[in-house]
Design a binder for this molecule. Structure first.
Ligand SMILES: NC(=O)c1ccc[n+]([C@@H]2O[C@H](COP(=O)([O-])OP(=O)(O)OC[C@H]3O[C@@H](n4cnc5c(N)ncnc54)[C@H](O)[C@@H]3O)[C@@H](O)[C@H]2O)c1
Length: 363
């Protein structure tokens, strides 16, 4: 039996359905839509495109396919225009739909295309990566990158349904799967100690992608994200706790060069850095700080910058460019303990640099 997690957002509410080999498109069908576009990337379409299309067609939804080259560089205005062109060629109108079958790249890109095509058409998210299942497919953040930076153009646009089919993970490369686990650990740290302990006690099972365990973990992450998004859809307040580890993580991802370090890998290092700051600034107990690093390490995630030549000055400069930075002063989400986080905290330059030195020594 599939699990269901409700995202309460008034008239924009929807359900996330989590299971194996689940049906896709039932809510799209209820919108009265008959035709649409299924967009995927060049790694995912060959392995999951046919089944997804067949599933949609089996309930009477006519659907054409479009394949975008895999990789973050495709989250671009060029790809966006390709989607609009294809939709127009097919004669899609205001009552048509789009399905995003893919990881966060496809989810963000197709989400933004659906948000803007004919001023907004129905969207279904079918996440295929671990990161997309527990994070990016839920909550409505969509967008594309510009040459000047990541996610600089976008909108909040909620899907009408999210179908999390865990069977799709079977083809996800190991490194991508492990990278997505960093987001899972993040939920444990910011909101749910039981989840943290569940992962800690079952590292092997998690890495083997064990059936029921994985379902339980993914469902819990979706519940946490759904709760946060329901409370603060547009990140005016509490939703910012989801940025735990991101200030440093984004700077590192950028400094190392996008693609060299996957998002979750950079996030893992960012969480270790945030924990270090939290110990200095708000009394996060040392044993809790160490437990986090140990868990990330045991999952195969990095806890220190990969590039041995990385200097504090390089990273500090990248932090200034972060969207959360105001007047060159970076802001952090810090933790007093599991489930108790502080948003928008500034930290002295000395502590920022000291915490970096501690991180480098862990390498
Ligand atoms: N909207 C949000 O709230 C949000 C949150 C976090 C991240 N993001 C965005 O998500 C993106 C990163 O997402 P991602 O890590 O999923 O990257 P991705 O979509 O690029 O997928 C990673 C790689 O895995 C492949 N892949 C995915 N699923 C597969 C499967 N089942 N089988 C085989 N290969 C598969 C992809 O082709 C790609 O090569 C970034 O653009 C980031 O900005 C968005």
């Amino acid at each position: 039996m599939a699990r269901r997690v409700h995202v309460e957002l008034g008239e924009r509410s929807y359900d996330i359905v989590i299971g194996r080999n689940i049906r896709i498109g039932t809510v799209l069908k209820q919108t009265g839509a008959t035709g649409g576009l299924l967009v995927s990337d060049s790694n995912i379409d060959p392995v999951h495109g046919d089944a997804c299309q067949a599933g949609l067609e089996s309930i009477g939804l006519k659907v054409a396919r479009l394949v975008i080259p895999a990789g973050e560089q495709s989250k671009s205005m060029t790809s966006l225009c390709r989607i609009y062109d294809r939709a127009l060629e097919l004669g899609l109108d205001r009552f048509s739909f789009m399905v995003a079958l893919g990881g966060g790249m496809i989810g963000d890109l197709v989400g933004f295309a659906a948000a803007t095509y004919m001023r907004g058409i129905a969207l279904a998210q079918v996440p295929t990566s671990m990161l997309a299942m527990v994070d990016s497919s839920v909550g409505g953040k969509t967008g594309v990158n510009l040459e000047q930076g990541k996610n600089l153009v976008g909108s909040f646009y909620q899907p009408v349904e999210v179908a999390v089919d865990l069977a799709l993970l079977e083809t996800l490369p190991e490194r991508e799967f492990v990278s997505g686990l960093a987001e899972v650990v993040k939920y444990g740290v910011i909101d749910d100690f039981e989840l943290f302990e569940l992962i800690e006690a079952n590292v092997d099972g998690v890495l083997q992608r064990s059936g029921k365990l994985l379902e339980q973990i993914v469902a819990r992450c979706c519940e946490i994200k759904a709760g946060i998004v329901s409370e603060d859809e547009r990140e005016g307040g509490r939703r910012a706790i989801l940025n735990f580890g991101h200030t440093f993580g984004h700077a590192l991802e950028n400094a190392e060069g996008y693609g060299r370090l996957l998002h979750g890998e950079a996030l893992a290092v960012g969480m270790v850095y945030a924990a270090e700051l939290s110990a200095w600034e708000c009394g996060l107990p040392v044993d809790q700080k160490e437990r986090r690093s140990k868990l990330l390490r045991s999952l195969g995630l990095p806890v220190s910058p990969a590039d041995a030549g990385m200097t504090w000055n390089m990273l500090r400069e990248k932090m200034t460019a972060d969207k959360k930075t105001r007047a060159s002063v970076p802001r952090f989400v810090l933790a007093e303990g599991i489930g108790s986080v502080i948003i928008g905290r500034t930290v002295s330059e000395e502590v920022l640099a000291e915490a970096f030195e501690v991180l480098v020594c862990r390498a």
